[in-house]
Design a protein. Structure first.
Length: 165
């Protein structure tokens, strides 16, 4: 899923609120542009509500370490490379980075992947493999993903941490 760049970067008070929940933030940014400066306080309140929801949802990713890696655990802000396979509850694989051009590179906490994967990689160690079941509210939710992931369907990811920069 491709998201637009942070439209709030020009406003220092809002730039820090651009958290991992990009679909919601995109709508807030559009709302901020429509309401103008007078509605800025309401937009900030909405962003703060998004942060609350995000914090509450983080704990709902269920995971199991299939293989524990080596080195220090991954924390927010680290640039990493991961291979992952995403499956529907019926076992259908719909994303597989090993079948693509190579690992997916991301900065933990920067919103480069869906919220559930971003949360699942935290605490992993280089070489580790983790199975994470991500609830709908932490991936594509009510919208689903194209004609591939039905709305409100949990997705299981098997993630391998292959590089840390």
């Amino acid at each position: 899923m491709v998201f637009p760049p942070n439209p709030l970067k020009r406003h220092p008070k809002l730039a820090d609120l651009w958290i991992m929940n990009r679909p919601r933030n995109t709508m807030l940014a559009i709302g901020a542009a429509v309401v103008g400066v007078g509605g800025l306080a309401a937009t900030i309140a909405s962003c703060e509500r998004s942060i609350e929801l995000g914090a509450r949802m983080r704990s709902s990713v269920e995971y199991t370490d299939l293989k524990r890696g080596n080195g220090p655990p991954i924390e927010e802000g680290r640039r990493i490379g991961i291979h992952y396979e995403a499956k529907l509850p019926d076992g259908t694989v719909f994303l597989n980075t090993r079948a693509a051009d190579g690992p997916h590179h991301m900065i933990v906490g920067a919103g480069g992947v869906i919220i559930g994967v971003d949360e699942a990689v935290r605490g992993m160690r280089l070489g580790g493999v983790r199975r994470a079941t991500v609830p709908p509210e932490m991936h594509w939710g009510r919208a689903g993903y194209a004609d591939i992931v039905p709305a409100n369907t949990p997705v299981t990811f098997v993630i391998e941490l292959v590089s840390v920069h």
